[in-house]
Design a protein around this ligand. Structure first.
Ligand code: UD1
Length: 460
């Protein structure tokens, strides 16, 4: 760190923070602290250094759920991150009758005794991806009762594509008292067309899982092409599934009689990697992320370069170095390989400090600019029109108390604090805990002046 750089008055080390904040096993230990904790940032220090990217949240969740498909043998999963959403999914698997053990970043699941077809409401309400258990329950038990996840801060987020597909595969479904009840006496393959505009990730993975144990062949047209879909397909194949085309718009699944346990490694998190690369841009720093192929972020890398950031990369690392003032850059979110909606908030935050006017268009979710109001409180100039945010770059942001409005927006506000003058406090950090492993520690390892505190000011 530069000698004249601002410092937060703390003697807490990154390690001491880690030990108190690593969620233990899958107990979601942060829950008792909900609402009480905040991340305090002192801005003005360029982030510099190297960071190992953790296992992907969006790969872990469907892969954990898919483990319920194994009627014999253990599933051993490596590189599973310690984040709250993984804890929620592990609790869900246990509630349905699977045994789940966790050692470090490895999770061992035995689902031979899958018993319950009924997913607990409180777990589904905590996390939308809990709906992923619907497919394994239908495929193995031919019955599923799963509460509908309902809307969330990103908009209505229905699951109609999932339910339509289950019906085409032979399920009779009803929705009563907020839950999908489905019974499938004859579970069979089907031809399924997803909306090309959305190419739903959730529907694609639910259908892939469902089809593995269906009689006959299933094809999914306009399937999502995200790396997380490919990671799941690799896993299902190791379990004995027959899948072709994952990573393309057409996926074909030939049903088999049963799937078995196997060993598999979760991909690293491309959204987390993108977040740290953006932090380099926002703070005028130089950050290298390790652990993923640049192709997982290719459009994002193009946009960082357009914004004036120098990018270099190898097979499994990417470096972002700030060599000139940031330039205004327009982006439009789209399904993979397009610009990821989950990186919209960090990129928009960076554009707040770029020279000129940027248009940030959100095409995947209905409501994804709630956090803009928080950036305005820090001095940003943002105007919202329907699905587009017009950002006029300002010469500086100023620290303020701001509130995370969702997972990625929460991380973006911490980045805003790192690039701002003075002290920023980000509340509702439980959103960030859902998807970023050791976020504060990793930022501190890059020289970020960041601590986690209780409301009363006690360091955690
Ligand atoms: C996943 C990711 C999330 C990411 C999103 C888009 C996980 C756990 N979450 O969410 O981080 O932001 O992909 O890349 O992997 N839709 C419907 N009906 C449906 C399903 C989806 O209308 O039945 C709509 C959604 O409301 C949304 C769009 O399709 O507008 C895309 O949603 P989808 O790809 O399904 O997102 P998720 O899988 O929920």
């Amino acid at each position: 760190m530069r000698d004249n750089a601002p410092r937060l008055g703390t003697s807490a080390t990154a390690e001491s923070i880690t030990s108190k904040h690593t969620p233990h096993a899958f107990s979601n230990s942060h829950d008792s602290r909900v609402g009480d904790e905040r991340i305090v940032v002192l801005g003005g220090v360029p982030l510099r250094g190297e960071v190992e990217v953790s296992g992907s949240k969006n790969s872990s969740l469907p892969i954990l759920a898919a483990s319920l498909l194994a009627s014999k043998g253990q599933c051993i999963l490596h590189n599973v991150p310690h984040i709250a959403d993984v804890g929620t999914m592990c609790e869900m698997l246990q509630a349905l009758g699977a045994s789940v053990q966790r050692e470090g970043h490895t999770v061992i699941i035995d689902a031979e005794n899958l018993q319950s077809h009924s997913a607990p409401t409180e777990l589904v309400r905590k996390m939308r991806a809990s709906f992923y258990v619907a497919a394994p329950l239908l495929a193995r038990l031919h019955r599923a009762e799963v509460p509908l996840p309902g809307g969330c801060v990103l908009g209505p987020r229905p699951v109609n594509y999932h339910i339509d597909a289950f019906q085409k595969m032979g399920a009779v479904t009803t929705v009563e008292r907020g839950a999908m009840n489905a019974v499938a006496e004859h579970w069979h393959g089907a031809s399924i067309y997803l909306e090309p505009k959305n190419s739903s990730v959730g529907a694609t993975v639910n259908i892939m899982m469902a089809a593995c144990l269906a009689t006959g062949t299933t094809t999914i047209e306009n399937a999502a092409r995200e790396p997380e879909v490919v990671n799941l397909a690799e896993y299902l194949k190791k379990m004995g599934g027959k899948i072709r085309g994952a990573g393309t718009a057409t996926i074909t699944i030939q049903g088999v009689k049963e799937l078995h346990g196997t060993e598999h490694t979760i991909y690293n998190d491309r959204i987390e990697a993108g977040t740290y690369l953006t932090a380099a841009g926002i703070t005028g720093g130089d950050v290298t992320v390790h652990g993923l192929p640049p192709v997982h972020l290719s459009v994002y890398i193009d946009k960082l370069q357009e914004a004036g950031i120098e990018i270099t990369h190898g097979d499994r690392w990417i470096r972002a170095a700030t060599v000139q003032p940031l330039r205004a850059t327009d982006v439009a979110t789209a399904p993979f390989p397009g610009f990821a909606t989950d990186l919209q908030a960090p990129f928009l935050t960076m554009m707040c400090l770029a020279e000129g006017r940027s248009a940030i268009e959100e095409n995947v979710f209905d409501v994804r600019f709630n956090y803009a109001a928080e950036l305005l409180r820090m001095g940003a100039d943002i105007t919202l029109t329907e699905n587009t945010a017009i950002v006029r770059g300002v010469s500086k942001l100023s620290g303020a108390e701001v509130q995370a409005t969702d997972l990625r927006a929460g991380a973006a506000l911490v980045l805003a604090g790192l690039g701002a003058e003075g002290r920023t406090e980000v509340t509702k950090v439980e959103y960030i805990d859902r998807g970023y492993e050791h976020f504060v520690d990793k930022l501190r390892s890059l020289d970020g002046q960041v601590v986690r505190q209780t409301k009363s000011g006690n360091k955690k």
